[in-house]
Design a protein around this ligand. Structure first.
Ligand code: HEC
Length: 173
């Protein structure tokens, strides 16, 4: 490779970085949350999330057993920590101002359910949070056992046994 070629590449990179910096400083890159994410942004975020989940989400089954008590414990944890953003049994009709004001908006899980996701996938999302969204990481706040208990509830939230369903119907946000 000739020297001129290499310095040409370097110059292009420097000009590109400088151009990017100038565009960022110009105030024309949107920083507001009152908008719908454009498709390219959504595509990039989803592709990165899906690839990370393929690599990192636990593949095994949920160590928390499917019992009424564990489902009710999951409902209670959800009511305490998640309903403010993900709604109650009323689904989309229960979306809070916080949920609607986020960028992107928080899915209302009784309507846009995650029952079809593997429990390991929900575990990963709850434990680590989702970058570029309002979904927090719960690693510091909840134990692994509590996170698996939440994943158990989310997996079964559309087909709860009566005792757990009763607790779920009482959750408010
Ligand atoms: C401050 C708001 C907020 C709180 C509190 C919150 N989340 Fe989220 N969560 C979000 C947002 C926003 C997304 C959407 C991320 C995206 O678009 O990929 C999300 C995504 C998710 C998803 C993936 C949904 C899907 O459709 O794939 C799961 C599962 C989830 N959250 C579970 C929880 C649980 C369980 C809790 C409580 C421990 C919780 N979240 C608390 C904002 C929140």
């Amino acid at each position: 490779m000739s020297r001129g070629f290499v310095s040409g590449i370097l110059a292009t990179i420097v000009v590109g970085l400088l151009g990017g910096y100038i565009v960022l400083r110009s105030g024309f890159v949107p920083a507001n949350a009152d908008a719908t994410p454009p498709w390219l942004e959504t595509w990039a975020a989803r592709t990165s999330l899906d690839a990370t989940l393929d690599r990192e989400a636990p593949k095994g089954s949920n160590p928390v057993a499917l019992t009424d008590d564990n489902l009710i414990a999951g409902v209670e944890l959800y009511g305490q920590h998640c309903a403010i953003c993900h709604g109650t049994a009323k689904g989309a009709a229960s979306a809070s101002p916080v949920a609607k004001g986020l960028y992107p908006q928080a899915p209302q899980l009784a309507t846009d359910g995650v029952e079809d996701d593997r429990e390991g996938v929900s575990f990963w999302k709850i434990e680590h949070g989702i970058r570029w969204t309002g979904m927090p990481s719960w690693k510091g706040a909840l134990t692994d056992q509590q996170i698996w208990t939440l994943a158990l509830f989310l997996k079964h939230m559309d087909k709860l046994p009566p005792a757990a369903e009763q607790a779920w119907q009482k959750v408010k946000n």
